[in-house]
Design a protein around this ligand. Structure first.
Ligand code: FAD
Length: 426
């Protein structure tokens, strides 16, 4: 199993309970992934985490074991050696989806996930006066978490309209309770929640001091802050499935995701996938998918109840994607000098020139002409934006091929030359 988030933990617990020998590789220092991210010695409460963490007794769990390369058959390369396996369950999760805007590269502008990770993983509150913006239900735990840790959250600016969920009735009762809980917490901390509002620029000299927010009628206003936590959903971490040759597809939220069947099997025999990499859908869905993948990998039956629950949660996730699209109008806020690719410092004017003057019609060409996505992060940050800009210039929606150009990363994570040399000497 690769990944000790909700999906990987559930898969490992299920397969080990069925008597299989399970090795669980995770790049983190503690189990839990993003949802149960915590500081060492401060495990999250809750019976589900305790149960899954308890099951690690039956598992060969290896923290700080990020898989940086995988060979068919299967040989997984981790720092200090390799792990061989007959079957693999991939559950590598996701990272934040980034949309550029003027000033987004100023110190003090973080992704929503980054602010959350600092808080949960290090106990660090990202700022004193914080704006939370973007789209999706994830903004709610970020805003309430920061406020409860002592930050003054001056507003949550949600680009979508979550009240449109009424069109997708019935909403599961547990989700309604969760939403009501957040409403109470927002009210308790007097955090204004505005729908149909977007941050279109961040301002400041050496760090962010204010943001411009645009409302539904187009009116703008300036909001003072020392931190902006901004998130537009997540991008599944597809490096390993793509490396192993698993088929992918375009999901409703404009993400490339791994194609899986009823048993969470990918197109590659003996490779299963679960959690965010098969479609962004939250921790509950990741847990159900991980349980199914673990059962299928162990060769035991999957209970019908779980299959129905997965279907319900997937429908709910699809409704959330419909209610929280990334607003296409983010492109209108770009100026010539807005940075699109931070690693290679490529600005909007260069991307536009590649698409118009130089005639690029696909992202691979934009990449080659401008170096977007060729730096340290290999397109994890700018890939979505470049795909959107390319599709827009062509007058069509984003296609899987637009995103595929950024998904192929043969070296999954940075690896030292010493590590590579050690492998060659063996
Ligand atoms: C930054 C961030 C913060 C989030 N915070 C919350 C939150 O507070 N509340 C909430 O409801 N949802 C949160 N989410 C959404 C969250 O992703 C899901 O709801 C849930 O955690 C998904 O479970 P998962 O098992 O699919 O993936 P994850 O929980 O992301 O777990 C994936 C695991 O795989 C490991 N991994 C990745 N690549 C490799 C590799 N190559 N080798 C070895 N290990 C690897 C990672 O270290 C991680 O432990 C967050 C997402 C992100 C990106």
């Amino acid at each position: 199993m690769v990944g000790a988030g909700p999906a990987g933990l559930a898969a490992a617990a299920t397969a080990s309970a069925a008597g299989r020998r399970v090795v669980l590789l995770d790049s983190g220092v503690v189990p839990g992934g993003q949802y149960w991210r915590h500081r060492r010695h401060f495990p999250p409460g809750g019976p589900r985490y305790r149960e899954l963490a308890g099951a690690l007794r039956r598992v060969e769990y290896r923290p700080e074991a990020g898989v940086w390369f995988a060979e068919a058959g299967f040989v997984l390369h981790v720092p200090g050696g390799t792990v061989e396996a007959e079957r693999v369950v991939l559950a590598t999760g996701a990272h934040d989806r980034v949309v550029p805007f003027p000033g987004w590269d100023l110190p003090g502008v973080l992704t929503a996930g980054g602010a959350q990770a600092l808080l949960k993983g290090q106990g660090v509150v990202a700022g004193r006066r914080v704006v939370v913006a973007g789209t999706g239900p994830f903004l709610l735990p970020v805003a309430t978490g920061l406020a409860e840790a002592g930050a003054r959250v001056v507003g949550v600016f949600e680009a979508g309209n979550p009240f449109r969920m009424v069109r997708h009735l019935p909403v599961p009762a547990a989700k309604l309770r969760e939403a009501a809980g957040y409403a109470v917490r927002l009210a308790r901390h007097r955090i204004p929640y505005r729908t149909g509002h977007r941050v279109v620029a961040a301002h400041g000299g050496t760090e962010v001091t204010a943001v411009t927010v645009r409302g539904p009628g187009g009116a703008t206003r300036r909001v003072d802050c020392d931190t902006l936590a901004v998130g537009h959903g997540f991008v599944p971490a597809l490096e390993l499935p793509v490396l192993l040759g698993c088929a992918t597809r375009l999901d409703a939220d404009t993400n490339l995701v791994v194609t899986v069947d009823h048993d969470q099997r990918t197109s590659v025999p003996d490779v299963h996938a679960a959690g965010e990499i098969t479609g962004v859908g939250g921790a509950d869905l990741a847990l159900v998918e991980g349980t199914i993948a673990g059962a299928a990998a162990a060769g035991i039956g999957v209970p019908d109840g779980l299959v129905h629950r997965r279907a319900r949660l997937r429908r709910f996730a699809a409704a959330l994607h419909a209610v929280h699209p990334v607003p296409g109008s983010w492109v209108d806020a770009l100026t010539d000098d807005t940075v699109i690719c931070r690693c290679e410092e490529v600005r909007f004017e260069a991307v536009r020139a590649a698409l118009t003057d130089l005639g690029a019609t696909e992202t691979r060409t934009v990449k080659a002409l401008t170096r977007t996505g060729m730096g340290w992060c290999q397109g994890r940050m700018c890939g979505f934006a470049v795909a959107c800009l390319t599709a827009r210039e062509q007058g069509r929606p984003v296609r899987a091929a637009d995103l595929e150009a950024f998904a192929n990363r043969p070296i999954v994570a940075p690896v030292t030359l010493g590590e590579l040399a050690a492998g060659m000497i063996e």
